[in-house]
Write a protein that binds this ligand. Structure first.
Ligand code: PLP
Length: 402
């Protein structure tokens, strides 16, 4: 029986490139090759013990039924307390919505508000899902190139230039996936100053990497440092990265009531309320001890430096020290135009990442997927020995290019 023909929207977006890279690496492993995977998009720490205990308690007390679409009361209260404690932001529970991961929150927001003719500004490099979700919603993503020469950060004048009467949202995310770039309070205020001239533009800020920030930097979010933006900002976050709880699938957002209600309405006809157990876990994480996050971040920072030193010593590669997140976004401009030992010329970052995988068995993700070339993303969430092994193999592969 042939499958039904697919809807036109299915050809407007791509599956996740890091998942493709991981799948390709697994395929090669299946053929007996040893592959060093520098593709992980999640921290490798366990779910904290007190969170696991809270989930056991939730199950024992039969907290296992349908939940309200916008989140349990306990969860929304925990989120309000988090925003107040960590970000100086005041939200009431009716300004909060809870989704199955930050990804669903972003999806709800863009699906609820973006349609044909609407533009969404996405600084590049970007997390690949942003433009894809905009396209699914029928809108047009407008990428703003922010290269290594500007520390992968958008400049206020670039924002001004990208805004048109059709602009509906600016998506901000810092620490950034894939570059790790962060914004200071003043840099965010400079964006707010531009947006003051364009009151139709709202900000969707994805703060998922808030706690994965290095070298003593402080995290800021736009509604906090530019209170005039509070009424047109959706502040998103989740438990995936901070608490290493990617599999529990809990994300949340705070914002103006009507927009939050529209996001919940969108969710009501897809997944409905988030798993009761997942929310019990998230409540325990948000209300529980927080000190372990700093220790985990220090461990990530240590691993960042191991991989960074190898990459920067490789011929033709150059990378800045990421300020946060879990990835190095490394320029491979010096490898472009070079000839591999098999005679093939490296023309794109995709050629380069394929070359690394095929020649030395190291999996990373091509920069093109994040809207900026020629770069690649290497995750430093890997066992230390893999960082050493992968780093040496990358150096070896680069040295072999002519
Ligand atoms: N936002 C960014 C920038 C991400 O990199 C990711 C996951 O990689 C997500 C959101 C997804 O988060 P969640 O697990 O909460 O859906």
């Amino acid at each position: 029986m042939p499958a039904p023909s697919l809807a036109p929207r299915m050809s407007r977006f791509q599956p996740s490139p890091s998942q493709i890279a991981t799948a390709r690496a697994r395929e090669l492993e299946g053929q007996g090759r040893s592959i060093v995977k520098l593709t992980a998009g999640e921290p490798d720490f366990p779910t904290p013990r007190h969170v696991k205990q809270a989930v056991l308690d939730a199950m024992e007390t039969n907290n296992t039924k349908y939940t309200p679409i916008n989140g349990t009361v306990a969860m929304r209260e925990a989120v309000c307390a988090k925003f107040a404690r960590e970000n100086g932001l005041t939200y009431t529970p009716d300004q909060i919505t809870v989704g199955a991961g930050t990804k669903q929150i972003l999806f709800n927001c863009l699906m609820a508000s973006v349609g044909q003719g609407d533009e969404v500004i996405v600084p590049a490099p970007y997390w690949t899902s942003y433009p894809d979700i905009v396209k699914i919603a029928g809108g047009t993503p407008v990428a703003v190139a922010c290269g290594q020469n500007q520390a992968f950060k958008m400049r206020p004048e670039q924002l001004e230039e990208a805004i048109t009467p059709a602009t509906k949202w600016l998506i901000l995310s810092a620490p950034n996936n894939p570059s790790g770039a962060t914004y200071t309070a003043d840099e965010l205020r400079a964006f707010a100053a531009v947006l003051a001239r364009h009151p139709q533009v709202w900000v969707l800020t994805d703060d998922i990497y808030e706690h994965l920030i290095f070298d003593g930097r402080e995290f800021f979010t736009i509604a906090q440092v530019a209170p005039e933006m509070y009424d047109r900002t959706i502040t998103c976050n989740g438990v995936s990265k901070a608490y290493s709880m990617t599999g529990w699938r809990v994300g949340y957002a705070g914002g103006p009531k009507e927009m939050i209600a529209a996001m919940s309405k969108m969710q009501s006809q897809s997944t409905a309320g988030v798993s009761s157990i997942g929310q019990a876990a998230a409540v325990a994480a948000l209300n529980g001890p927080q000190a372990f996050i700093k220790e985990r971040t220090a461990n990530l920072q240590y691993r960042r430096d191991i991989l960074l030193d190898y990459l920067n010593a490789a011929k033709g590669l150059s990378c800045d020290r990421p300020e946060g997140a879990m990835y190095i976004f490394c320029s491979c401009a010096g490898a472009i135009g070079k000839r591999a030992p098999n005679g093939k010329i490296i023309e794109t970052d995709g050629d380069f990442t394929n070359y690394l995988l095929d020649s030395v068995g190291v999996a990373v993700v091509l920069g093109e997927a994040y809207g900026l070339s020629p770069y690649f993303r290497a995750s430093f969430v890997a066992p230390e020995e893999d960082l050493h092994k992968g780093g040496k193999l990358i150096q070896q592969a680069c040295a072999a290019l002519q």
